[in-house]
Design a protein around this ligand. Structure first.
Ligand SMILES: [Zn+2]
Length: 451
């Protein structure tokens, strides 16, 4: 795609020099701090007295906060915590995270000011994927009290596109919408995209005939091979979003989630938040191409501020010049967002699921499911990996190659087993639960314990 056909949504910022963008970011950061952070009784003992932030080096001296801090604040001062200082009349929206059983819900009020900035964070990726007046976005993501669906919907409508809110309908019904009304952009997680392909095949429908031009995916790691296969099946470009309720948001541009034979760039938006990629061991910003924890300070969080929120998301940092689009925005590597708590320790070896994905999800392998368990007889930790491939179950030779590759990469022996069907995706009805390729069946106390 040539420079002239860029789909700018904020031309002034998207064509700025990196130096101008850095100045704008610092100015907006100080505005945000003045608006809701300095003088906030929850932050005062943590951050100290008001001062102007003059550099990101100075910024990194401030402490980080975590989900645990937010949950404790909400538990003590419900429903939004002591951090929340917005007047009730200014609140326009409330979002909650899914939460796990037994714990409370992480919850944020959002003012009109915040909502405007959040929409500015949510619009770019949809615009870059082609959303605008005259286009239709069909979302398999349900709109609930969670942030994701609401913010996608707000952004798509603000761009002037039609939002087909079919997230709560069965896959067959979603396909009916695709056949009868059609959509330019299809929003689906990697797992749910596979689910739609299976249902389409059962109905004798070729996804490529549905007229979808772009797929917007999010929430699970994937490989180049997987992405290219989806693009061929749907005859559409695959785009990716990275997003969280805490407003760590990034998008692939017109170039899509895969560039050539490599994974593309999720552009961050430095004029709307401070994105840091921090080495959890040292607290220092990592270099380009290195992985670390995403730490976010979104300017659209004045109602209940988030300052240096350590996300627990493991990301790979990418420099601003890495993408051919020429935007000044640096980014994160597409398909490589993972949770630190998704890391599995087997026989003393750490395995990051996305690293295993990168290794295993190559032609002819389409999918796999890994299971860690303790052998009842030997007490030894075992790893079994069930593999699906194009054209039927993989043969013994393919399984042997995979086992060898896996052992070389991770220093771990695993039992590779052929799966009979084309995909291992469970029969999920609604696109709201993230699929885990790795399951751990060891007793909780033994997980990660040296054997
Ligand atoms: Zn780009």
């Amino acid at each position: 795609m040539s420079g002239g056909s860029r789909r700018y949504v904020d031309r002034a910022t998207e064509t700025m020099s990196p130096a101008e963008l850095a100045r704008l970011q610092l100015a907006r950061l100080n505005e945000f701090l003045d608006r809701g952070v300095w003088g906030n009784e929850w932050f005062a003992p943590r951050l100290g007295a008001r001062r102007e932030i003059r550099s990101l080096e100075q910024w990194r001296e401030l402490p980080t906060m975590t989900k645990r801090d937010v949950m404790a604040d909400i538990a003590e001062h419900g429903p939004y915590g002591r951090r929340a200082t917005a007047e009730p009349a200014d609140v326009r929206q409330v979002v909650e995270t899914s939460g796990t059983s037994g714990q409370g819900r992480e919850r944020y009020p959002v003012t009109g000011h915040d909502l405007d900035l959040i929409q500015q964070m949510e619009m770019p990726g949809f615009a870059w994927a082609g959303a605008g007046p005259g286009s239709v976005v069909l979302s398999s993501l349900p709109v609930t009290t969670r942030a994701g669906g609401q913010w996608y919907q707000d952004a798509v409508r603000r761009l002037g596109a039609v939002w087909l809110s079919v997230g709560t309908y069965p896959a067959e019904e979603k396909l009916r919408y695709l056949r009868e009304i059609g959509a330019d952009i299809l929003v689906a997680s990697p797992s749910y995209l596979m689910r739609l392909e299976i249902v389409a095949a059962a109905e004798g429908v070729r996804p490529a005939d549905l007229g979808v031009r772009a797929i917007m995916t999010a929430g699970e790691p994937f490989s180049v091979a997987w992405a290219r296969e989806r693009e061929a099946v749907w005859d559409a470009r695959l785009h990716e979003q990275y997003g969280s309720t805490q407003r760590a948001i990034a998008w692939s541009c017109e170039e899509g989630a895969v560039h050539g034979d490599g994974l593309g760039v999720l552009h961050v938006l430095p004029h709307l938040a401070v994105y840091e990629v921090i080495d959890p061991a040292t607290g220092e910003e990592v270099g380009e191409g290195e992985h670390g924890e995403l730490v976010i300070t979104p300017f659209g969080s004045t109602a209940a501020p988030l300052v240096r929120f350590a996300s627990g998301d493991r990301v790979v940092k990418v420099g601003a010049g890495d993408c051919p689009c020429g935007r000044p925005y640096p980014g994160l590597r597409c398909g490589r967002i993972d949770r630190y708590d998704a890391m599995t320790k087997i026989r003393g070896v750490n395995v990051v699921p996305s690293a295993a994905d990168a290794l295993l999800l190559q032609h002819p392998v389409t999918d796999y499911q890994a299971r860690v368990y303790s052998d009842e007889r030997t007490g030894r930790e075992e790893l079994e990996i069930v593999v699906a491939a194009v054209g039927g179950p993989p043969d013994a030779g393919t399984l042997a190659v995979l086992a060898d590759r896996f052992r070389q990469e991770f220093g771990l022996r695993a039992t590779f087993v052929a799966h009979e069907g084309p995909t291992l995706v469970a029969d999920v009805a609604v696109d709201a639960k993230k699929r885990k390729r790795w399951t751990d069946e060891r007793a909780p106390m033994r997980r990660g314990a040296p054997v």
